[in-house]
Design a protein around this ligand. Structure first.
Ligand code: SF4
Length: 380
């Protein structure tokens, strides 16, 4: 039997500092807890490996966080070795690790690379000292330069940088200066997200006290348009709303999510989507560890999607990809006629010139790209 492809996500929930805008599942470093955390990851992996090893092949592994590089070389090596021992992992699997400046040196980088991590994603956010302070990051520009240099010296030839725009007071010129500095690092991939204020974060409190003023929507749109124009001119391919890459260097792991394909999440707060059912683990690392040690899993919520719900989510995620959604694949997957099911929606969006249907793919038009959220809502 042909094994089905699977993306494996592993969450490392520790950070050296909580950034003011962060609503990810991240917690302060607890050195005495971290070995227990890895033990729990291994137990959870073994549990799922028993279910999926014979039917699935892992094509991508993504160690995200939090900050995975808060772990030491031995711990990072152990995680990857256990994955390979327990699951069927493709020999050409993309294996990404997220790293934050100020948490790595060249020795750790070399060890990570040697262990088998072959793609690195560095959380830069900004090259500007003042913006980094405003973003409440734990590092300055110097640490960014040394982290990228260390990664290159260690032999990472698939390197992604995360940048953030729509930072308060950011002009088009200062954003372009950030993009220029990113180009000097010759990354293979760039993720550019606009700063959003999430409820419950320190930034949300500042905003409600009038101490944080976000750029207006028009300026945010200008910054986004500048990003697309600038990176396209530099030869990057925009393959997703917020992601750009050199040819063949798209993030295969994230494409798994955007195609709403099977993905298994291990670790505190990790989410999975397997064969129409999604489930999510407990957030708090200590609770996660306790529960996995008792029951082998730490699922706190599970939901099997109704077909119409799964279709809506597949469209919502798929439209983020610039290539769009393959109508053939959609129809094969859900056993419905796409055109009949969404006849009125497609007609109205086409009239407004927000979508295109070409070569049996549905995708956003250039105009639709700047109105993604409202287009997607029409399908849900
Ligand atoms: S480094 Fe990333 S995960 Fe950690 S607190 Fe900052 S934004 Fe959140």
């Amino acid at each position: 039997m042909k094994k089905k492809p699977l993306g494996l996500y592993i969450h490392i929930p520790y950070c050296i500092h909580k950034c003011g805008y962060c609503d990810f599942n991240s917690h302060p470093i607890k050195r005495d807890e971290m070995d227990h955390y890895i033990d729990a990851l291994v137990l959870e992996m073994k549990h799922y490996a028993k279910i999926y090893t014979n039917t699935n092949i892992i094509k991508t592994i993504f160690l995200g966080g939090g900050t995975p590089t808060t772990l030491n070389a031995f711990q990072l090596e152990r995680i990857l070795k256990e994955c390979v021992n327990e699951f069927t992992v493709a020999s050409d699997a993309e294996v990404t690790i997220e790293a934050n400046p100020a948490t790595v040196d060249v020795k750790l980088m070399k060890s990570i690379r040697r262990t088998g991590y072959n793609r690195i994603s560095i959380g830069v956010q900004s090259f500007d000292k003042e913006e980094l302070k405003l973003l409440d990051r734990a590092h300055g520009p110097n640490e960014i330069h040394s982290t990228v240099d260390c990664a290159r010296k260690a032999g990472f030839d698939n390197l992604s940088l995360d940048l953030m725009f729509a930072v308060p007071n950011q002009s088009i010129a200062s954003w372009e200066s950030n993009l220029n500095k990113a180009m000097e690092k010759t990354p293979e991939h760039l993720s550019t997200y606009n700063l959003t204020i999430e409820q419950g974060t320190a930034f949300s409190k500042l905003q409600s006290n009038g101490k944080l003023i976000m750029p207006d929507d028009d300026h945010q749109l200008e910054l986004y348009k500048t990003t697309i124009e600038y990176l396209t001119k530099k030869g990057f391919n925009q393959y997703e709303i917020s992601n750009f890459s050199r040819e063949g260097k798209e993030c295969k792991h994230n494409i798994t999510y955007w195609k709403n394909s099977n993905s298994l999440g291990i670790g505190a707060g990790a989410s999975s989507y397997m064969d129409g059912t999604r489930f999510k683990n407990i957030n708090l690392p200590a609770h996660y560890i306790r529960q996995v040690k008792e029951k082998k899993t730490a699922v706190e919520h599970s939901e099997t999607l109704q077909p119409r719900q799964a279709m809506g989510e597949t469209i919502m995620l798929g439209l983020r990809l610039l290539q769009g959604i393959s109508i053939n694949e959609f129809e094969k997957r859900f056993q419905v006629s796409f055109i009949n099911l969404f006849k009125n929606t497609l007609q109205s969006l086409k009239e407004k010139e927000l979508i295109l249907i070409e070569d049996n793919f549905l995708r956003l038009s250039k105009k639709g790209l700047f109105l993604t959220d409202s287009v997607i809502l029409e399908f849900i």
